[in-house]
Write a protein that binds this ligand. Structure first.
Ligand SMILES: *[C@@H]1O[C@H](CO)[C@@H](O)[C@H](O)[C@H]1NC(C)=O
Length: 218
């Protein structure tokens, strides 16, 4: 009995040590974050232990499994197309608008080598953004490393941005030129910051408030 209790205690302590990751206090649901992180770590360990495939190949498979086809709903029309020879997924609000709409150019994350606008989570985020903000969302499928090396990822999102900011394209989609922003998560956040640095800011204040606000003079 004593030995069993000791084992239970030791295994629990080791498990807690494996799962526990220090997390800043202001982050919500810290245990969920820790469990997710431990899950990814375990997957990495298992994959390399078994030597089945490269960790990157596993992540690429997950990306593929998460893919959803462009599907319109009652609020948003969704379609895959190309802007300046770069694949994009477009989200066009269906509701009638009083005036020109906002637009968000969104760049997904994935370390410049993974991810895609059609992943379920990104698709839901863009759909939600489009409906909530009454905004045209352009989610860019920039070409990925390692097949395409830096700076291809930047060049792709930059050329989509320049293409979209042409007056003829903005008016085709009914977008207000003064209410276009770039956004992204993770590697996409880096790309959004890099694109914003090429543009002319509306003002420093607006930059702070909105992340970045682009003008048409590129
Ligand atoms: C459409 O928009 C309404 C109002 O924002 C929302 O309640 C509804 O869930 C949306 N429909 C879909 C399919 O997302």
């Amino acid at each position: 009995m004593g030995a069993k209790l000791l084992w239970l205690f030791l295994t629990s302590a080791l498990l807690a040590y494996y799962i526990y990751t220090p997390i800043p206090e202001d982050i919500g649901e810290p245990w969920k974050v820790m469990l997710l992180s431990a899950g990814f770590r375990t997957m990495g360990h298992l994959v390399s232990l078994l030597g089945l495939m490269h960790y990157m190949e596993v992540l690429t498979l997950i990306t593929a499994a998460e893919y959803v086809a462009p599907t319109s709903d009652e609020n948003v029309t969704v379609m895959d197309t190309e802007f300046s020879n770069v694949a994009v997924r477009l989200y066009l609000p269906r509701r009638v608008s009083d005036g020109p709409r906002r637009a968000v150019l969104f760049f997904h994350g994935g370390g410049w080598c993974l991810g895609q606008a059609g992943m379920k989570s990104y698709d839901q985020l863009s759909r939600w953004t489009s409906n909530l903000l009454n905004a045209v969302v352009v989610s860019v499928n920039y070409r990925l490393a390692p097949k395409y090396h830096f700076p291809t990822q930047f060049e792709d999102v930059y050329s989509v941005t320049k293409f979209f900011l042409q007056s003829s394209v903005l008016s085709q989609y009914g977008v207000d030129p003064d209410r276009v922003c770039v956004a992204g998560d993770s590697a996409g956040g880096n790309l959004a910051a890099a694109v914003a640095q090429q543009g002319v800011y509306c003002s420093i204040l607006e930059y702070v408030l909105t992340g970045c606000c682009l003008k048409r003079e590129f």
